[in-house]
Ligand binder design. Structure first.
Ligand code: KIV
Ligand code: ZN
Length: 398
């Protein structure tokens, strides 16, 4: 794999599923796994084998049905977890055991009641065990961004020596800024030369508590990370994980800046988001980037006029690029005459300048009273003589 390839590690079925309203049955997880395979993700984290019988079953089922992406199971840095993960993954063509252990003093002291020395020892032993069971092992120092930097570096060094093939440094609580997160990757690369010498993949895993998950992941890529962990629609613990669709779109649209390749089929982004929306209890918010209902909708007159003149005025990517059928010029109280004429023409009504002016006044008065203006509302505004001279409507309506 070339060094400009960014691995997309999808954790919708593990970190995403771990959040309220997102739990899925094995069958639903399988449906989602097929959609992720079609989307072109490199790795699917299918669950946390030790967490429940359901998770174990889902991982095992997915390994037997999905062939192209590598399938991963999460495991705490414990013998029983790692062995359980290996069992769940036994039928996978290509498997990964993802071992995690907290590296911050806060987690070690209050959650694990473990000393730093014990944590380092457990890290090394667990990664060695995982490597004896699977040739692809990822290690995550949980809460990496709030860990003492020297200690984090030491833990990464031990994990690499023990055989980890990917080192993921999570911003578990979505705390850092892009500059800080990128800086952490640069520092770890510099202080653990074995990372680059052995071709170990560094990975970003960001949560969105401050709305910075995607920005932080991009900063990590600029600092040399070659794997991003993300979820469809950005679902995940609390405010969610980095949104896969936003990362993929950003890397493509700003290819001039990032210069990396991915295996993501961009036109599958919206269809995949739709599949997830049907499986869990909520859809992305309308103003969600890339896949939200308003991501390619324009209401204000100035924007609609610009869009009709040249879509580049207000869109940095076409809706079709990400699998959305078309731009929507939404008619509302901010719309102008250009969009009204455009819509009327699509509905089959060609109007003169004076007629348009007359209809526009009536339209604005209606839009002031009504949040959504539908086609039948518009037709209702037209005088009889215009309605009678209707042409064939244009089939591709906004
Ligand atoms: O956010 C986190 O730290 C995690 C790890 C288990 C990778 O999800
Ligand atoms: Zn996480």
């Amino acid at each position: 794999m070339s060094s400009d390839h960014v691995v997309f590690f999808d954790t919708t079925l593990r970190d995403g599923e771990q959040s309220p309203g997102c739990s899925m049955t094995t069958q639903e997880k399988l449906t989602m796994a097929h959609a992720l395979e079609d989307l072109g993700v490199d790795i699917i984290e299918a669950g946390f084998a030790m967490a429940s019988e359901g998770d174990f079953a889902a991982i095992a089922t997915i390994t037997q049905a999905i062939r192209r992406p590598r399938i991963a199971s999460l495991a705490r840095a414990k013998k029983e977890d790692i062995e359980m993960a290996a069992r769940a993954l036994q039928f996978a063509d290509r498997a990964r055991i993802h071992v995690f252990l907290a590296s911050s003093d806060l987690h070690l002291e209050y959650k694990l009641k473990m000393s730093r020395a014990e944590a380092l020892n457990q890290c090394g032993e667990s990664v060695k065990l995982a490597r004896s069971l699977c040739d692809d092992v990822e290690f995550s120092p949980e809460d990496a961004t709030r860990s003492d930097r020297d200690f984090l570096v030491e833990m990464v060094r031990i994990a690499v020596e023990a055989g980890a093939t990917t080192i993921n440094m999570p911003d578990t609580v979505g705390y850092v800024t892009p500059e800080e997160y990128g800086g952490m990757f640069s520092e770890v690369r510099k202080r653990v030369p074995a990372v680059d010498e052995k071709g170990i993949v560094l990975s970003a895993h960001c949560h969105d508590d401050l709305g910075l998950a995607v920005a932080n992941s991009l900063a990590a890529i600029e600092a040399g990370a070659r794997q991003v962990e993300c979820t469809i629609n950005g679902i995940g613990e609390r405010a969610g994980n980095a949104a896969l669709e936003e990362l993929a779109a950003a890397l493509y649209v700003r290819g001039d800046r990032f210069g990396v390749s991915t295996g993501i089929k961009l036109d599958q982004l919206y269809p995949t988001s739709e599949v997830l929306g049907q499986l869990i209890t909520f859809k992305p918010s309308p103003n969600k980037a890339v896949v939200g209902a308003n991501a390619f909708a324009h209401e204000s007159g100035i924007h609609q006029h610009g869009m009709l003149a040249n879509p580049l005025c207000y869109e940095i990517m076409t809706p079709q690029l990400v699998g959305v059928a078309r731009t929507h010029l939404v008619l509302g109280k901010h719309s102008g005459r250009a969009a009204l004429r455009h819509r009327l023409e699509q509905l089959g009504f060609t109007v003169s300048r004076d007629e348009l002016q007359h209809i526009y006044y009536r339209f604005v008065a209606l839009a002031d009273r009504k949040k959504n203006i539908y086609d039948q509302d518009l037709v209702g505004l037209l005088p009889d003589n215009i309605r009678e001279r209707r042409n064939e409507p244009v089939s591709e309506l906004d």
